[in-house]
Design a protein. Structure first.
Ligand code: SF4
Length: 349
C-alpha cells in the first residue's frame, strides 16, 4: 500500500496512529497535497496512493443552505476528509474533485477551534452553557450582544465523504463525538451508507449531541446506483443493534431515485422496512428526491451522460432540477405512511 503524507502533517497524533496501523506501507512524503489532489486527473497518476494524509489550512466549516435538513437556519458542513470509497452514481463528489483519492486531514485541534469559534459567533436567545474552559466570558458577552437565535446549530460531517466508513483511518468519532457533548446547543449529524458501527460502539457512551443517520434505499437500487456501500440488510442490522443498545438512530430515505417502476419498487421497500425496523423507536426520518442545482446538474451530466436517472429530472423552479411534482408527492405520501412525522427536505407536500 502506498500512502502520501504531507511533511507538515507529520507530527500530529492521528498521523502517528496511521503510521502505526500501516507500518508495512510505503510512505511518500509530499510538500502539499493540493499538488496532487487539485491537479491530477483520475487515471493519470502513475503511483496512485491509497490515501493522502494532510493538514487542512483552510476553514473546515461552510454554511449549508437554509433548511438543508433540520428546521433551522444555522447549519454547516464540516470537512475533515475528502472523497469517498463508495461509488454512488449520483454523488456530487463525482465532479467536485479531479480524482477520487481519499484525503484525511489530521489537525483536529485546529478544526475544533474553528467549530468553537463558529458556535461562539452565533447569537443566542436561550440559556446555553458553553462548558469549554475559558469560553464562558466570551459567551456571556455574545449573549448580551444579540439575542435572536433560538434553535440548535447543526454540523453535518458526512458531506465530503462517508465519515463512518472513514473512521477506521481517521479516528473521527473518538475525537469529535465527545467534543460536541460539551455544548448544549451544537449538534452533529453523521450520515452514512456504511454498516461499520464498531466506532460507535467503541465510544462506550450514548451521545446526546451526535445523531447517527442511516441512508436507506431498496437493494436493487443499491446494487445499481450505490456501488460499494453496505447492503440494505447489513445497514438494517446495524440500525437494530444500535436501537437495542438505546442509541438514538435516524433514517434517511434519500435520494429517492426516479427509476422506471419507482412506485412498485418503493412500495415494496416501505413494506420491507416496516417489517424489519420498529419505526416507533426511530428518532427521526427524512425524505428527499434526487435534486441538483442547474450548475451541478450540468456537471454530472457531463461526467455521466449515460446515467438514466438524470433524464427523469426536470427544471421545476428557479432553484432545482428535480423529479416531477407527481413523483415527489408519491414519495412523500408513501413515506408519511411509514412515519407521520417524516421530514421532507428542501420541498413541501
Ligand atoms: S456514500 Fe455518500 S459521499 Fe459516498 S459516494 Fe455515496 S453519496 Fe457520495
Amino acid at each position: 500500500m502506498l500512502i502520501y503524507i504531507e511533511k507538515q502533517a507529520k507530527d500530529y497524533p492521528q498521523t502517528e496512529k496511521i503510521l502505526k496501523k500501516f507500518k508495512n506501507s510505503k510512505i511518500l512524503w509530499i510538500d502539499n497535497y493540493k499538488n496532487i489532489f487539485d491537479k491530477i486527473v483520475a487515471g493519470n497518476i502513475s503511483l496512485k496512493p491509497s490515501f493522502i494524509v494532510a493538514k487542512l489550512n483552510s476553514d473546515s466549516i461552510t454554511k449549508a443552505p437554509d433548511w438543508y435538513g433540520h428546521n433551522n437556519k444555522q447549519a454547516y458542513f464540516l470537512k475533515t476528509s475528502l472523497n469517498c470509497v463508495f461509488d454512488c452514481s449520483y454523488c456530487f463528489l463525482k465532479w467536485a474533485f479531479k480524482n477520487d483519492i481519499p484525503v484525511y486531514f489530521v489537525n483536529y485541534e485546529d478544526i475544533k477551534k474553528g467549530i468553537l469559534n463558529k458556535i461562539k459567533k452565533i447569537p443566542l436567545s436561550q440559556p446555553f452553557s458553553l462548558r469549554e474552559k475559558g469560553a464562558e466570558q466570551d459567551y456571556e458577552l455574545k449573549l448580551k450582544q444579540n439575542l435572536d437565535y433560538k434553535d440548535k446549530i447543526w454540523f453535518y460531517s458526512s458531506d465530503y465523504s462517508d465519515i463512518l466508513w472513514m473512521d477506521n483511518i481517521s479516528g473521527f468519532l473518538w475525537e469529535f463525538v465527545d467534543f460536541f457533548e460539551k455544548f448544549d446547543n451544537a449538534m452533529m449529524e453523521i450520515r452514512t451508507k456504511s454498516a461499520n458501527i464498531k466506532p460507535i460502539l467503541d465510544l462506550w457512551f450514548i451521545p446526546n449531541n451526535t445523531k447517527f443517520a442511516f441512508s436507506l434505499n431498496p437493494q436493487e437500487l443499491i446494487d445499481k446506483y450505490e456501488k460499494g456501500t453496505s447492503s440494505l440488510e447489513d445497514r438494517i442490522k446495524a440500525v437494530n443493534i444500535l436501537l437495542e443498545k438505546w442509541y438514538k438512530v435516524w433514517l434517511r430515505f434519500l435520494p429517492l431515485l426516479p427509476v422506471k417502476n419507482y412506485k412498485e419498487i418503493y412500495s415494496k421497500f416501505v413494506e420491507y422496512i416496516k417489517k424489519e425496523i420498529d419505526i416507533s423507536k426511530i428518532s427521526s426520518t427524512f425524505v428527499s428526491g434526487l435534486l441538483y442545482t442547474k450548475n451541478d446538474y450540468n456537471n454530472i451530466l457531463k461526467k455521466y451522460p449515460k446515467l438514466d436517472v438524470l433524464y427523469r429530472l426536470k427544471q421545476q423552479d428557479n432553484l432545482f432540477i428535480r423529479e416531477p411534482k407527481e413523483m415527489r408527492d408519491f414519495f412523500y405520501n408513501l413515506f408519511s405512511e411509514l412515519d407521520k412525522k417524516c421530514f421532507i427536505c428542501l420541498d413541501e407536500k
